[in-house]
Design a binder for this molecule. Structure first.
Ligand code: CAA
Length: 384
């Protein structure tokens, strides 16, 4: 049995209320809170980047035993800090993992962390005495006043994969799918993503429906074999747009339960926004850490991972006995509730805050007083 032994997330300490953003943009707030399904959006200060967020998510998980036995570090990200050097190599150093580990990033939009999870599961199956650290870390940026603005966010998820998982066993069967399209992308010269919004929604829905048919054909499973389904959530209404038509068509006896669990899986994303690669695993934590969820050991959870461009996968996991004891529910509650609410003007300033690197390749700054991350980005020295 191989799967998720520990899991944590980090999001920056500052956010905006989306009702306030709507008022500023002259939009009906209900469009954001009901139509899109988002309440708050994490806003990263310049001192929180993909590396620091990844380290902040991972370090609370690591014991001395982990540091000595993690032989593989995989980071899924589409907002890395260097075109060549991996985020994983920074993480290896920051966390003090033993020297004889391999560290690599995987990129395919929001699908990267799932590719990392699958790679880690295979690795641990081959080397059951070893562990793997899988991270998804991203800052989602579409631009001020853009239609995607309300679906931005920032954060990281970290998971330790082992052969004695305390939370979720990852099952053998999964089905993936690739189709080269331009629904959402970010050319190397652009700091913000480019998106064909409507097409991206359609692609997401169509990938889920096609993959679900293929998954059913290959496994003979139906919705009734699942107690919950977690989705990649660019915004909390998206997964439901994909799930609902299939539930309506198939009318499984557990339809209400699946919808109830879907709702519980969206709580964290609703208050954080899109964190790209980590989003699916944020849904899992939101579901498992909910005080009202009735999920029990051995129950099966389905997962839909979607990365624009596009690659998707449906896979499943089974809950391990006493999984609740291994969750960091209290810490997550504190992290989210202690955040600082920004005015729209401060958000605009933070969004426009850019690294102004001089000709020698230097730019250092002080950690913003609103940034409480244990790890933070302090700037660039000599292009490093
Ligand atoms: N009250 C309540 N609801 C309202 C409303 C009001 N006053 N006004 C509008 N709405 C509803 C609309 O009816 C619509 O609901 P449905 O989708 O259920 O019909 C919803 O609010 C959104 O309205 P619009 O479609 O008019 O919104 P928009 O044109 O501003 O764009 C968006 C929405 C396409 C999601 C845009 O925010 C965007 O491009 N986001 C980024 C791309 C994205 O997240 N794509 C998702 C799939 S791709 C993916 O998953 C990968 C990834 O992470 C990027």
């Amino acid at each position: 049995m191989v799967g998720i032994d520990k899991i944590n997330f980090y999001t920056p300490n500052t956010y905006i209320e989306l009702e306030e953003l709507a008022t500023h943009r002259g939009v009906d707030p209900a469009k954001f809170t009901i139509g899109i399904g988002q309440s708050k959006m994490s806003v990263p200060p310049i001192s929180q980047d993909t590396v620091s967020m990844a380290a902040n998510a991972a370090y609370p998980l690591l014991t001395k035993n982990d540091l000595n036995n993690i032989d593989l570090i995989v980071v899924g990200t589409e907002t890395g800090v260097d075109e060549s050097k991996s985020v994983a190599s920074f993480i290896h150093n920051l966390l003090g993992i033993h020297p004889f580990a391999k560290s690599v990033d995987l990129k395919q939009a929001c699908y990267g962390a799932t590719a990392g999870l699958m790679m880690a599961v295979d690795f641990v199956k081959l080397h059951p005495d070893k562990k793997a650290l899988v991270i998804g870390s991203d800052i989602s940026r579409y631009g001020l006043n853009s239609s995607g603005e309300v679906t931005q966010g920032a954060g990281a998820v970290a998971m330790i994969i082992s052969s004695s998982p305390s939370i979720l066993e990852i099952e053998e069967v999964s089905v993936s799918m690739t189709k080269s399209i331009f629904d959402f992308w970010r050319p190397n010269y652009s700091k913000t993503a480019i998106v064909d919004g409507k097409f991206s929604n359609e692609a997401y829905v169509s990938f889920f429906s096609t993959l679900w048919q293929e998954y059913k054909n290959r496994t003979t499973r139906s919705f009734e074999d699942f107690s919950a389904f977690c989705f990649h959530l660019p915004y909390t209404k998206m997964g439901k747009k994909a799930l609902m038509p299939l539930l309506d068509a198939e009318s499984p006896s557990n339809k209400d339960l699946l919808l109830e669990h879907y709702q519980l899986s969206t709580t964290y994303s609703r208050d954080i926004g899109n964190i790209y690669t980590g989003s699916l695993y944020l849904s899992l934590m939101s579901l498992l850490e909910s005080t009202t969820s009735s999920l029990k050991e051995n129950q099966r959870i389905g997962f839909f991972s979607y990365g624009s461009g596009a690659v998707a996968e449906i896979f499943s996991g089974k809950l391990v006995p006493n999984f609740k004891e291994s969750l960091l529910t209290k810490q997550h509650d504190t992290l989210l509730n202690d955040r600082i609410s920004l005015s729209i003007d401060s958000y605009t300033d933070m969004f426009n805050d850019e690294l102004a690197i001089d000709s020698e390749g230097n730019h250092l700054f002080k950690q913003d007083k609103t940034d409480n991350g244990v790890f933070f980005f302090k700037g660039v020295e000599n292009h490093q």
